[in-house]
Design a protein around this ligand. Sequence first.
Ligand code: CA
Length: 227
Amino acid sequence: MTDLPPVPALALPAPVLVVEDEPLVRARLERLLHQLGYPADALLFAGSLAEARGRLADAPVALALVDLGLPDGNGIELIAELRAADPALGILVISAWSTEDAILAALRAGATGYLLKERDDLEVLISLRSVLRGGAPIDPFVARRIIAELRPAPAQPASPPPGETLSPREDQILRLVAEGLGNREIADQLHLSRYTVECHIKHIYRKLAVPSRTRAIHAARSRGLLD
Ligand code: CA
């Protein structure tokens, strides 16, 4: 038995609408709301969307606990209606559904919080208190799902950089590098200064995204540049 005393400072907006079709869950929520300090006449119960809409037609509510799997439809529809009618209303989903679709749809429709039914009384009480304080309690399991949803998709497999083409001169130099010639020999053969050759080789490395001569040759071969 959970024994949290009512918190005197806690404002208890009323009435509270509890939309839940399972008698046991409904009785449990009723008990927990009493435990928070709610008198019986501050609680309204509905076992279906139609019943909830009937209740809301009579008078607006100040807090709503909404189940999703209802006999005549999905509680998400009701959440959207409640949210449209009152942008500041606390709407806590207490559902057995833990699929990403259900969770995200409920939150998008305007739910303030989402708790799984499997949580114990203490956790439900903490979530209720959080809603009453203006918080948005999210079940830790649900939070994990949401975080996973927000994470960037796994990186694409590394693809070779969009091959910058080598200039004809660079191509010529790379072929000589592949033949095993040193910079001085290449410079002599092409009638260029050694520094110019070094500069060309740097550009070749950058374009092929390689750090060394051997790698440059390998990269050039795998790109078909030396065929
Ligand atoms: Ca249900």
